[in-house]
Design a protein around this ligand. Sequence first.
Ligand code: ADP
Ligand code: ADP
Length: 232
Amino acid sequence: SPVLRLEGVRKSFGIGTPAETEVLHGVDLVLERGEFCALIGPSGSGKSTLLNIIGLLDRPTAGRMDIEGQDTSLLDDAGQTRLRGHSIGFVFQYHHLIPAFTAAENVMMPMLVDKGWPSAAMRQRAEELLDQVGLLRWKDNLSSHMSGGQQQRVAIARALAMQPSLILADEPTGNLDTRSAEDAFQLMRRVNREQKTAFLIVTHNLDLARQTDRIIQIVDGRIVEGNTGLLA
Ligand code: ADP
Ligand code: ADP
């Protein structure tokens, strides 16, 4: 089964109030295992809303979403949390690292939340992951003492901790200089190739978007695929 399948997904806010508005108007989308995709679209077009739904942080108003073949509407909140923890990794624009924790401790966070990991196993896994992103030497540095580019690489290592099949990245390079942005992007690409992890990367950077396998455009809450509009 595909990593992700959305059928007729709608999302409204303010239901039952005079301010009720539908933000996603019936989104159909399939992501296959290992697809490396960009999600682009103007401000206010619904990218964050869609990412929150795919990341099981918010539920659709209508429609169906399957993750790894599992119909998510059948899951209660605890079931969704479990599926999120094991299938989805998150990378954010402002990395959301804990400043007072070391790089290794930040990478261990998803394992701590998962519970039941012996601390030696967590530490070993964190070191493997930091090695993958080229930061093993920095494992005991406080994340607040690292550069923006390094912090984003720690965030990518953290997103990989549970070997998710899909990583959702919301403007992962938006806060980085050109060189660090390119590094972070190439790191995600390498992870994608080596581990077959699917990526959905929200970006305003069209140079990076063009380097993905597939560009998904969202305009006014509807998906438009291919090389149209903004990309022309
Ligand atoms: P979100 O709604 O996902 O938070 P925003 O629309 O707020 O995303 O944009 C995130 C960042 O990208 C902001 O810093 C914003 O200034 C910048 N941005 C927004 N629209 C564009 C655009 N069309 N081109 C370049 N940068 C943009
Ligand atoms: P993008 O990420 O593409 O900038 P968003 O998904 O953040 O777009 O927003 C899409 C639309 O939904 C915007 O008009 C925004 O104002 C609206 N919206 C987002 N979240 C809420 C909310 N919690 N309540 C009401 N309106 C919202």
